[in-house]
Design a protein around this ligand. Structure first.
Ligand code: BGC
Length: 789
């Protein structure tokens, strides 16, 4: 017998023994007793429900011992001994905290991302977690949205590469999840959640089919890598809530993308959310709509459990009530056969997790101790913290820091061990961490003095502070101390006056980003700006080097700050080893190599900003007129405002402050001229474009070469550039390497059509421009022609 026939026979037999209620139970996942949920979950009596076979799994909660006990009840006392799954949000970290996903994506280092996520799987499964509510693959163009922290930046291409790597890291290259170091990946949130209007979490999304198809690429890649689960997004897309979106879940997800795993809702997304969306009048209708859309598992709302058995019964007795275009029940009765098929998919997932063979895989204290928060894990997240930060400016040799003299480390984030962990560090123990101050003190050479002053509160508004401490009320990190803002600045200036170099650590608390944390302005929080200005004035007056570490869960608009510092680093929220990782870079042990995976805008008004935007009919440097008397030009001498063009913002240039792909190191690189293998291609062949990159500086460093495509004429308007390739190369001083990008007609494909059911993806012959360079704005262009045959 093959494994497939073994599995089929096992599932057939099991399902034949299960009652309708038990099968519905496999579609129900409550939040669990005593477990917080992000929505309005109800408390349930878990053991009672398990004994009745009313759930497929449960939120993992905090203690392994509890999970073991619940699993024992399930296999020994549950009606058919079906093991439970335990789910959690291990968003790229479990016990050992690495950088937030947005920061890690700035490493553009797929091998590092693999290792960090393998560590997450190893630690989590060793604690009995079987399914991860991650990776989050939402592409977002509006940094006001707090959940941008959880994603992998704005490029669907980079997101797709990362999705593939993470799925394999969680589920194994061979997809064998019956191992104590692997768990199931859930791609989320399918679809469009990151396009929430104006970055307001849960707000409706309006997007073209082409845009949706483009941001679907990470999901496609994750599915091709074998992801076991998909979580459906909360939002509406073009007025239809995705939880009830038959076209998206069936025509697109199941048919077009070929997804075979389980579809889970987001927490409480059926009830009350479909009712709140106004597409269902009550919980019963909501359950019906989500089920008929194709959902397998109802996370937390329990509407399936309450209503599906009755809907089956009623549908058999009154089929006429489930027909016709009117009313909620318009897609026919719910049948037991449908429920059996959905439950089978859930049981199959449990089979793949190895739970029928051993329900306790990973639940082993000894093994857990051996793989959790080890020295190796700490070294890994230290490396990740160093490789994720992005050096955006470095003048007057401000960095690396001099190995002598006095350094003043100032700011509310310099010694804050909670906020540096970022959103979703729910299992990370902040005590296990090294703050920036601690890291710098530990790494400072003998004879060097490191001074510290807090200088400002993260925020001064008590209500805002309460919101930001919402997940750590017991140990609040956003503390408004007894000192007045002016007294704190005064003390900071006294400290700064004693120093030769000043390092400011400013930015966001962890809850400034993450779920339901939208910002009105994506600048430094207001309370920190007077401190910045006072220190910047002091540094300027005394000609002292000033370095700003901007720690945040999103790209910040740092136009004012960038103009007044010598060096600027965006770190994201770097995790447990923030201090050591940063010290490695600041003292020059490691050359910075991070590159922005999302552009840093100049202002909130520049949002939404999409590097891969369409050209528009009045391109920035196209027609239009330069206004007489307007002196403001960019480095190439272009007026940044041109009347009657898309460069129409009166107060600032259209281009972001720092483009996507951008980042500096301690060395410099020279790009040779890109050389194509041909400039006229025909049919399904391959084009290669090679470019020589030389390290022209004095130390080793890594460069991320990028390739973008511009399809000059299409059936629909095409993005002015679209990331289609990248390669991260490490080069010793004077070393030259050739990077080769491979382009096929597959690269040229794009979606055409205005219906999600019928759009096509093909390429069209014609002229294309390839843009090669170190970031989205600094590129060499070459033109090719590609014909069908
Ligand atoms: C979020 C999901 C998350 C779930 C459970 C929801 O509010 O949208 O991403 O997996 O909560 O924590």
């Amino acid at each position: 017998m093959t494994a497939q026939t073994d599995k089929d026979a096992f599932l057939d037999t099991l399902l034949s023994r299960m009652s309708l209620m038990e099968k519905v139970g496999q579609l129900n996942y409550p939040s669990g007793s005593g477990v917080d949920t992000t929505g309005v979950g109800q408390k349930v009596d878990t053991p009672v429900m398990i004994r009745r076979g009313e759930l497929c799994g449960i939120s993992a909660g905090a203690r392994l011992a509890d999970r073991r006990e619940l699993q024992t009840i399930a296999v020994e006392e549950g009606p058919n001994g079906i093991p439970l799954i335990f789910g959690k949000d291990c968003i790229q970290r479990y016990k050992t905290g690495g950088p937030i996903p947005l920061a890690l994506s700035c490493s553009w280092d797929l091998d590092l991302i693999r290792r960090v996520n393998e560590m997450t799987a190893r630690e989590a499964r060793a604690d009995g977690i079987t399914i991860n509510w991650a990776p989050m693959l939402d592409v977002c163009h509006d940094a006001r949205w707090g959940r941008i922290a959880e994603g992998n930046g704005e490029f669907p291409y980079l997101g797709a590469k990362i999705a593939e790597v993470i799925v394999r890291a969680y589920q194994g290259e061979d997809g064998d999840m019956a191992r104590p170091d692997r768990f199931m990946a859930t791609l989320k949130h399918f679809m469009g959640y990151g396009l929430a209007r104006a970055g307001r979490d849960y707000a409706g999304v309006e997007a073209s089919v082409a845009t949706l198809a483009r941001i679907m690429e990470p999901f496609r890649a994750g599915i091709e890598a074998g992801a076991g689960a998909i979580m459906v997004a909360f939002n509406t897309i073009n007025d239809i809530p995705v939880t009830a979106h038959r076209t998206l879940l069936q025509d697109v997800l199941r048919k077009r993308l070929g997804f075979k795993g389980i579809i889970v809702t987001d927490f409480t997304a059926i009830d009350p959310e479909l009712v709140h969306h106004g597409v269902a009048a009550n919980s019963r209708e909501a359950a019906y709509l989500a089920f008929k859309a194709g959902v397998n598992v109802d996370l937390v709302s329990q509407a399936f459990l309450r209503h599906l058995p009755e809907l089956v019964e009623d549908g058999a007795a009154h089929p006429e009530a489930y027909a016709g275009p009117d009313g909620a029940y318009r897609y026919g009765p719910v049948t037991e056969a449908e429920i059996t098929a959905r439950a089978r998919e859930v049981l199959e997932a449990k089979w793949h997790l190895g739970l029928f063979q051993n329900p306790y895989i990973g639940m082993d204290d000894g093994h857990r101790a051996m793989v959790t928060y080890t020295a190796e894990n700490r070294a890994l997240v230290r490396e990740a913290a160093a490789k994720s930060l992005v050096l955006l400016k470095n003048e007057r040799n401000a960095l690396p820091l001099p190995a002598k003299g006095t350094l003043a480390v100032i700011g509310p984030l310099a010694d804050d061990r909670i906020d540096m962990q970022g959103t979703w560090a729910i299992d990370v123990d902040p005590e296990n961490s090294v703050t920036i101050l601690e890291g710098l003190r530990a790494a400072a050479p003998a004879g060097m003095t490191v001074l510290h002053a807090k200088g400002a509160n993260i925020v001064d508004d008590p209500s805002l502070a309460a919101r930001l401490n919402m997940h750590n009320r017991a140990m609040p990190s956003v503390v408004i101390g007894p000192e007045s803002p002016s007294a704190m600045i005064k003390a900071a200036l006294v400290t700064a006056a004693k120093a030769d170099t000043i390092l400011l650590c400013l930015g966001e608390a962890k809850e400034h980003a993450g779920e339901s944390s939208t910002r009105a302005e994506i600048t430094l929080p207001e309370a920190q700006r007077p401190l910045f200005d006072a220190i910047a004035a002091h540094a300027r007056a005394e000609a002292k080097p000033l370095v700003l570490i901007a720690m945040a869960g999103r790209p910040l608009a740092l136009t004012h700050e960038a103009a007044h510092v010598d060096a600027l680093i965006w770190t994201g929220h770097p995790g447990n080893e923030a201090g050591n990782g940063l010290a490695d870079v600041l003292f020059g042990k490691v050359s910075p190599s991070g590159r922005l995976s999302q552009a840093l805008p100049r202002s909130t008004g520049q949002l939404p900003y999409r590097t891969e935007d369409l050209v528009t009919g009045r391109p920035i440097w196209g027609a239009g007129i330069d206004v007489e008397g307007d002196e403001e030009c960019d480095a190439k001498g272009h007026h940044w405002f041109r009347k009657f063009t898309t460069a129409c913002i009166l107060e600032e240039p259209m281009v972001p402050l720092y483009p996507a792909g951008f980042g500096l190191g301690y060395t410099s690189f020279r790009y040779g001229t890109p050389i194509p293998s041909a400039i006229h291609l025909k049919g399904d062949t391959e084009l290669t474009v090679s470019v020589e990159i030389t390290n022209t500086g004095k130390c080793a460093g890594a460069e991320v070469a990028q390739a973008y495509l511009h399809d000059l004429v299409g059936h629909t308007a095409r993005p002015k550039r679209q990331l289609i390739g990248f390669e991260r190369v490490e080069l010793a001083p004077d070393e030259t390497r050739t990077v080769t990008f491979r382009i096929t007609t597959d690269t040229l494909r794009y979606p055409v059509g205005d219906s999600l059911t019928h759009y096509t993806e093909d390429w069209e012959p014609g002229e294309f421009e390839l843009l090669i360079g170190p970031d989205a704005e600094t590129v060499d262009r070459l033109r090719i022609r590609w014909d069908r045959a």
